[in-house]
Design a protein around this ligand. Sequence first.
Ligand SMILES: Cc1cc2nc3c(=O)[nH]c(=O)nc-3n(C[C@H](O)[C@H](O)[C@H](O)COP(=O)(O)OP(=O)(O)OC[C@H]3O[C@@H](n4cnc5c(N)ncnc54)[C@H](O)[C@@H]3O)c2cc1C
Length: 342
Amino acid sequence: MAEKSLIVIGAGLAGLATGCYAQMNGYRTRILEQHTRPGGVCTAWKRKGYTIDGCIHWLMGATPGSPYHQLYREVGALEGNQLLPLDRLARFLDEASGRHIDVTADLDRLAADMKAISPRDERAINELLEGVRAFREFKLQVDVAAELMGPLDRLAQMWHRRRWLKYLVSYNSPVSVFAARLHSPFLRWVLSNVFTPEAPMLFVLVLLAQLAEGQLASVEGGSLAFALAVARRFQELGEPGFQVVENSTLVKDSLIAGHVQATPGEGQGVRKAKRCILELDGPLLGSQLGDLSAQEGRNAFLKHWISKATLDVLTVQIHRDAKTAMPRVSLGDPVQLGKVAV
Ligand SMILES: Cc1cc2nc3c(=O)[nH]c(=O)nc-3n(C[C@H](O)[C@H](O)[C@H](O)COP(=O)(O)OP(=O)(O)OC[C@H]3O[C@@H](n4cnc5c(N)ncnc54)[C@H](O)[C@@H]3O)c2cc1C
């Protein structure tokens, strides 16, 4: 049987998790990472005696039994890392007036506190809380990737979501749209920053429902420990020589040239694999290929690599701002192209 091999570009959480599952499924996998350590934006650093944690404030699906928790476990993220349940998402404080509100897991208290701040907003507050309560029983699913779903999977998903259809339709607009209905500028500011003003309102409903269900947690060791635990699992699953590559020369020029070049002197020779997964998000890809939007970056990358790559299957993973489903392109027989190393 032909060897199954895979190159993953980018050792952020997505690339590391992909690497773990690929190894578990029999792919000899190498992750190429340009930075000296894995983790991507899930990281922390020291400065003037302080540790600055740059990423995880909360994780969803944090209790055993949730599919997210199972995923965290499978990729090793919980090895040595305790999840600490949150009963408060944040405290919002207006320094000038001293007014504050806690966004708590206790939804009755949250509603009462909001109404005490702005009685005129009672109707919108009730609507918001009704939406949050409705999502308390919503099950987060991670089992089938959207682009791998067949018609039956989609039907099953729609069936599961039928109770929430009205919310899925009505709250697909940005939080800022709902927030604009509030009379109180303070509550408008709070709601807009529970996550981001641009996020769909739906996401805030799910987030607050997760909080109310005790499903949000922080990571005791912080973001870097979380990412390094996944990197360790990837390395444990691999064979010698298939590890995270530090200081990969895979940078902008390599992407533009349409080939992957591993660090010189590493002694492993060129990297060859039948499949390559690019774990950079749209904006990052766009900026590396030029001053392009996420969508333009994706299109340029596909056009360039399809004409040059030696891969038989190329999957591009776009995490943010993608307007269409992730592309999965079959190129038929691999083509060898000059010094191209993938
Ligand atoms: C400030 C902040 C706070 C967040 N808070 C939370 C939170 O509380 N809860 C939560 O669930 N999520 C949170 N997230 C989101 C979550 O952390 C990210 O979605 C996730 O870590 C992204 O992982 P990634 O692998 O997709 O991307 P990245 O982490 O961006 O990884 C991409 C990797 O690719 C590498 N790379 C880039 N170009 C090349 C190249 N040419 N060659 C080789 N390697 C390359 C990069 O160095 C990087 O390591 C937060 C994100 C940020 C930024």
